[in-house]
Design a protein around this ligand. Structure first.
Ligand code: 6GU
Length: 224
């Protein structure tokens, strides 16, 4: 998979892809992430990328021309499956969206900034709009990292068996059951007997029942 990320602040996104599991995915060639500084496509000697709102109002708008130049240059090099705009008014990210993006080959992520992008960029290039939740961030960069992480970890070969994505919370619309490791008792707090029983059928049943119970308690909406 290849992800091209367009931003006015690419430096904000460097370390997540240089650390731990995402770094290993890059090193193994399972995912490529390329950053593009929108400023490089800015207009005039100030490399302008934003301008005032038509009709008035506070804040600035990301201009169409730098965005069109940048996205068009990328599109001239390869076919993209989706051009995704990270914006708080997009569809809220969930595991189903991450799953569906993980089977794509080439993606563009556009990080929103200021008040947002000129509407005509949406008409011209954007195929999907994604938010990471109902709160407002200073820009789309951290959201782009969240989205990329959720997608890259699903690529075959990125996680090992112990980290398997198949048993994740949400993968089957259930939260994870409680988990324990040694010691079997600490300050009088005991690990549930069944987990020490060695009876794998019983254990599996118990884990599933606990997952359903926890989902009912914490996130009943997931069971609908
Ligand atoms: Cl994608 N961008 C911004 N600026 N804020 C957000 C968001 C995105 N998702 C949730 N909040």
């Amino acid at each position: 998979m290849r992800i091209d990320i367009i931003s006015v602040l690419p430096e904000l996104m460097e370390s997540p892809f240089r650390t731990s599991i995402l770094k290993r995915a890059m090193d193994k060639g399972l995912a490529e992430v390329h950053f593009h500084n929108l400023r490089d496509f800015g207009l005039g000697k100030h490399r302008q990328v934003d301008d005032e709102l038509y009709g008035g109002g506070a804040g600035m708008v990301m201009m169409i021309e730098p965005l069109d130049l940048c996205i068009s240059e990328l599109k001239s090099q390869r076919n993209y499956d989706e051009v995704i705009y990270l914006t708080p008014d997009g569809e809220t990210l969930n595991q189903k969206i991450a799953n569906s993006l993980s089977i794509q080959k080439n993606l563009i992520f556009l990080c929103g900034h200021y008040k947002g992008i000129d509407q005509r960029v949406r008409e011209l290039h954007i195929t999907k709009e994604i938010s990471i939740g109902d709160y407002v961030l200073t820009g789309g960069e951290l959201a782009a990292c969240v989205l990329a992480d959720s997608v890259i970890r699903l690529l075959p070969g990125v996680l090992n068996d112990e980290q398997s994505a198949l048993t994740d919370s949400f993968q089957d619309n259930l939260l994870s059951p409680p988990i324990y490791t040694r010691p079997s008792e600490y300050k009088g707090l005991k690990v549930p007997e069944v987990l020490l029983s060695g009876n794998s059928k019983k254990i599996e049943e118990w884990l599933h029942d606990e997952a359903v119970k926890i989902t009912q308690e914490k996130r009943p909406g997931l069971l609908d």
